[in-house]
Design a binder for this molecule. Structure first.
Ligand code: ZN
Length: 543
């Protein structure tokens, strides 16, 4: 029986500093670190890169985590030699065998007596016709992938178990639900190797062990569930898997789907995902429902969460419209009004790791799932600014109000465009949510400039009024720009130039309304017909 050990084999596609593209074993990630370091993953699909980085972080967190803060800091720029990493990874060697007759990585221990399925079922599928995001062309239409190499197969398997969407009766979702969102810390140009990306997202060992799971359950199968028989979840005979039932590292190695790769009938040719030639292409697998059902208060260190009214954490997922700076609250800072908290790794970075001269960013990525199918793959990077503790509350308040003002103005743009397009805008349910995307994208760089300006102003004891005025100006400018571009694109039978002119002037007025100025703590205009003035007038006449 063919064997393929994920610790021994060169199966991870990466790019070096000099641009060369190679395949490495996981422990070679620090090879030639001083002269020609590995700078990025290089998988053929963006979701594969998102899976591979979590595989590497999970592996290092499981067997090579730093024991204290000093070790973490030392190793950030002076990583362990490949041989040292290899020695650590070899301690779990037996859990990382993809083939063979013994336990297989992320597969059911026993053969499944079910029908063979085409290998493309292992891929989280994307609609082939979407052009909304530039990344969607990397995704392949169903029925066009018939055989894949071991590298792509291992990645697809890990991606499926890590992201498992709903899949019909008894097909369980991942430990973070179907298609979770992850947020990772990304270094600046002085910290831009793959090692940096990896190490920045690994927690101190004891901290991690306290974060979630049962540290007393130290059997190997409590970390790597495929080393034992599957904890199945049939409604009568099965069982749920809660954090009490597993060692903390299980968060990286959950196995909601029961899968067995068919390695008996491999063929030779070209991998239909990465295009590489191989004599070992996988074309079939088997699966079965009622795999591990993750229940209870699981917390994954790389994902933001919201809390429901019972205090249970719910992992945040990407939504239509993408990921943008409007998610800054919740991803980077706590969003107390919506009970959202950033990922544990972000919290740790902000509270104890970040240094003044670091210009690091947050990389958020995930699928936008429509139940069983992925509509889209989203990713975005946003800056992580270091703010003095004493200024943090003010900073958070202003950033939050800047985002709220943008939400208001974005809504104004949509209703103005509807008014321009339709005689009866209220009756029409045309989907104009794409305008949101345009608005958030077009105001993004201005937002980050404003953030920097705000930080500088607060640090020099300035009230940052000018920054907020500038922010409002740029929002208003962009709103009119989008309106001018879209206003004449409505249905021809409803067209009316007069209505467009009125909608435009209303938009300009609403965007500078007292409501929005008050949101931004800008001076509001007192008009004689204001409620306060009316009351004063009434008091006078009553007297
Ligand atoms: Zn391949």
């Amino acid at each position: 029986m063919i064997q393929f050990n994920l610790i021994d084999e060169k199966w991870i596609p990466v790019r070096r500093h000099d641009g060369s593209e190679i395949m490495i074993t996981p422990w070679e990630v620090t090879k030639e670190f001083a002269d020609n370091p590995i700078v990025s993953l290089n998988a053929p699909r963006p979701d594969f890169n998102g899976a591979l980085i979590q595989f590497l972080i999970g592996l290092v967190q499981t067997v090579a985590a730093p024991t204290n803060r000093i070790e973490w800091r030392q190793k950030l720029n002076d990583p362990p030699e490949p041989e040292e990493l290899k020695a650590a990874f070899m301690t779990v060697h037996d859990a990382f065998e993809l083939g063979g007759d013994g336990p297989r990585f992320m597969q059911d221990l026993e053969k499944l007596e079910t029908e063979d399925r085409h290998i493309d079922g292992l891929l989280i599928d994307m609609p082939g016709n979407s052009t909304r995001e530039k990344n969607t062309d990397h995704f392949i239409k169903r029925n066009t992938v018939t055989c894949i190499c071991f590298s792509c197969c291992a990645t697809a398997l890990f991606a499926m178990q890590t992201n498992a969407p709903a899949g019909g009766a008894g097909f369980r979702t991942s430990l973070r639900g179907g298609g979770p969102l992850s947020t990772l810390i990304v270094g600046d140009e002085r910290h831009n190797t793959l090692w940096h990306l990896l190490w920045l997202n690994v927690l101190q060992g004891d901290q991690f062990l306290r974060s979630c799971g049962n540290a007393l359950r130290t059997a190997k199968a409590d970390s790597f569930p495929w080393l034992a028989g599957t904890r199945t979840s049939e409604s009568k005979t099965g069982t749920d898997t809660t954090p009490e039932d597993a060692y903390p590292t299980m968060v990286f190695w959950g196995m909601p789907r029961r899968i067995r790769l068919n390695l008996d009938s491999l063929n030779a040719g070209m991998c239909e995902i990465c295009g590489k030639q191989s004599n070992l292409l996988v074309n079939r697998y088997q699966d079965k429902n009622y795999g591990m059902n993750f229940a209870g208060a699981w917390l994954h260190p790389l994902s933001p969460y919201s809390y429901n009214k019972d205090g249970l954490p719910l992992p945040i997922h990407a939504q239509p419209g993408g990921v943008s700076y409007r998610h800054w609250l919740g991803f980077v800072q706590e969003d107390s009004s919506n009970q959202r908290v950033p990922a544990f790794i972000v919290h740790e970075f902000r509270e104890s790791r970040q240094q003044r001269d670091w210009q690091f960013r947050l990389w958020a990525f995930g699928y936008d799932m429509d139940n069983m199918k992925a509509r889209c793959w989203y990713e975005a990077k946003m800056p992580l600014l270091q703010i003095e503790t004493s200024l943090r509350e003010d900073y958070k308040h202003y950033v939050s109000s800047m985002i709220t003002a943008a939400v208001e103005i974005s809504a104004n743009v949509k209703s103005a465009v509807k008014k321009a397009w339709f005689r009866h805008p209220g009756d029409k349910n045309g989907d104009i949510s794409f305008l949101d995307n345009i608005f958030w994208q077009n105001t993004e760089s201005a937002f980050y400039e404003a953030l920097h300006g705000l930080k500088t102003a607060l640090e020099s004891s300035n009230d940052a009024m000018e920054n907020r005025k500038e922010w409002l100006d740029s929002l208003c400018r962009e709103a009119l720009k989008i309106f001018d571009f879209q206003a004449w694109e409505g249905p021809i039978e409803d067209a009316d130039p007069k209505r467009v002119v009125i909608a435009r002037s209303e938009l300009a007025k609403f965007n500078r309304s007292n409501k929005i100025k008050a949101l931004l703590d800008l001076p509001v205009e007192q008009k004689p017909n204001d409620t306060a003035a009316k009351k004063a007038h009434r008091r006078k006449t009553l007297r």
